[in-house]
Design a protein around this ligand. Sequence first.
Ligand code: MFK
Length: 550
Amino acid sequence: MNFQQEPPALGNQYEDDRVLRSYLARVLRADVLRDVEDSLREMGRLAGAELYELQLADRLNEPKLTQWDAWGNRIDKIELTPLWRLAERIAAEHGVVATAYEQTLGSLSRVHQCALAYLFTPSTDIYSCPLAMTDGAARTLLSSGNEALIDRAVPHLTTRDANEFWTAGQWMTELTGGSDVGLTETIAKHDADGFRLYGRKWFTSAVSSQIALTLARPEGNPPGGRGLALFYVETRDEHGRPRNIEINRLKDKLGTRKVPTAELTLTGTPAQLVQGTTDGVRNITPLLNITRLWNGISSVALMRRGLALAIDYAGKRVAFGAPLSEKPLHLDTLANVQAEAEAAFHFAFYVAELTGRSETREITEDESLLLRLLTPVMKLTTGKQAVMVASEVLESFGGAGYVEDTGLPVLLRDSQVLPIWEGTTNVLALDTLRALRGSDSLRQLELMVTHCLDSVRDSRLADPVRVVRSSLDHATSWLTEAERRGQPALEAGARRFSLTLGRLAELALLTKHAQWSIDHEQDRRATTSARRFASAGIDLIVDHDADELS
Ligand code: MFK
């Protein structure tokens, strides 16, 4: 009756992460890595220590909305939980957004920033949501060329001073839907003081932010996305009161429970045009592409957290006479999960590399096409993997993985948002088709993949190379055939096609890294993962779809 199970524990999340460290050793020069390593080590320490401890202690707390004060005044005050309050300060001071804008490492600053975000995210209960939108808003304002708004907001969005730091919301979703944003019903009326917004926003994440970018239709504009304009809103006045914004209620969600996601009514909210009176959907896409990158980084971060806990626990949990870490079937299961996570990691960080080159204008035209294609493909692929991995991680703990106060179930609930927000898998599969239309981007993917495989010589990597090539050939021929058959066939197969592109890109990048790791680190663990991932279903295309629907 004296048995006590030792719980899983976390060490320094940077030092313990072979995949992150090996990747950074490949993409950063040794002197550059030495320069940034202190910041990563410190974030890894916080994530495994103070932040993780507070995360467990904060488990039952949720943001609170107080709509009225004692005297009948509408105040719509949001109180965040202690974890989120600490997360905000740490995020600002450690430059989890700022690093990407300081550009100390040029284009590789985006990689540095994503590494910080990757370490920070799993211990802060989706504080990555407001940070992603803050980052996206800064990038969108900078791309807009609106100097007044850039001067006003970007210094706050990208500061390391926690007292000056602002976060941004992204208010897009309305009752008409979260995907077909062109149906937005919010109206922008112009008067002597400028624009005021009237409408209902149905799913606004992190409503505690100081500013928001949102879409509304200036009176008289035509329907559809082109008739919308992109607006900048400062959410509260100098007394902290909402500026003609009513927070009707917070959403009762499956996961992301720390995120104060709200339903809003805009009752004449003062707003400024960001970039002209039309083309709002197009003008907000820089924000979408940054939050989709964050979504991918968050996916690989949550996968890594699950694995870190599962691997530690496997060494502590004894069953049938030995620790789980000595049981072949348990090891085999975790190795498959590791392979998914490792492949996803290389894809998300490759998109970060391209994003960084785009931001410093070092990107070529061909790489821009590749980035446009790979952003939705990466987001949709890693989002699905995150849910699958979280489910396996919970199962690897047996019943404990299903019990709330272990802090494990939240991994699955929070992961489930990743294929939904920022474009569902299907919407992004259609966006993949949009990115391919009339463009050379598939050819650019072929070149990228060929470049990855060119460096691969080790005979144990022959299978992954073969699988990448055959999957790409199949995807290319499927696309040609589906285009010939017409739009219904193309759309029906778009999800399997996009996932195949994503998984083969992951395998190519992982295989390239595996060869590098053999050559420079004499380490064959990435090779093991590449081989496992190659046999985990890369080509998901089913040929007969087109026939059935034609
Ligand atoms: C943990 C980290 C994650 C952080 C999460 C933050 C929480 C935030 C929660 C949310 O707010 S979730 C809501 C997010 N909503 C979406 O992601 C919307 C999903 N729907 C789409 O993405 C649709 O594809 C889209 C709204 C863009 C379709 O609208 P339209 O009006 O049918 O678009 P259309 O006409 O095809 O495209 C308009 C223009 O934008 C075109 O350019 P042109 O005007 O030059 O022809 C498109 O090529 C361009 N475009 C569309 N998507 C683009 C893009 N350009 C670049 N990148 C893209 N992704």
